[in-house]
Design a protein. Sequence first.
Length: 278
Amino acid sequence: MKIGFRFSRFLQTERSGFRQKAGNVIFGNCGGLPTAATTAVILIFAGNLFAADIAADFSSANELYAKGKFSDAAGRYEKILQTGVQSPALLFNDANAEFKAGNLGKAIAAYRRAALLAPRDAEIRANLQFVRNQVQGPTVRENRWREWLGQLTLNEWTLLAAGAFWLTFVLLAARQLRPVLGPKLKSATSLFGVVTVLSVAALALQAVNHFSEQTAVVVSPEATARSGPFDEAQSAFMARDGAELAVLDRHGDWLQVRDGAGKIGWLKTAQIDVLPGA
């Protein structure tokens, strides 16, 4: 029976962005301080070794997944992520492994991070929605306008706004330098002027959403939200694994959150994974 969960891209290591083999670099005996060329070669060699290690870990994680050792595979993917390396394929595979291991919250967090890097990837979105449907209890979801803004990354909105601005500037300059072109360029200038205003507004909204609004994903089987940021506080509500909550405030290692039903409480940071806005 087809359940709609897609793994067609799993094990496609070429999408990971990692090199499959380290380059061969031979060092001779060097005396004194390294020259600029030698330093560059050392850096390249170190980078190749690092890439080789990452590629080996990635391949090892894929093999563990193929053998059905999903928790071990997720651990290997997490090891790679801890080095600071990220790619949509790496996060996608990590999320698949976490889901198969029964960790809904960690899977949702990984899919959402992958979606931030590749917001128009249909498979990432399909798998994210599939896992979300398994989560019990109220959860916070993005509204329609945020989903629309999330179709482009923050960098893409920046490029669009900058491109529209410079095209408008060029058209205005052309009309000033060549007045005879004024009537012909009037419509195009107005169009790109409107595009500039709208793209800048969208960029501002997306920046506010990304940097100012955070989402907490519950990554423990069950989390008790307290009425205050301390263990002895009364229970405010229960959040299940995979629940997505809006972050309102922070106090030490506690976060104040709101669930999809509007209930507010405090959770320990160890129980959740905090993500930026779309």
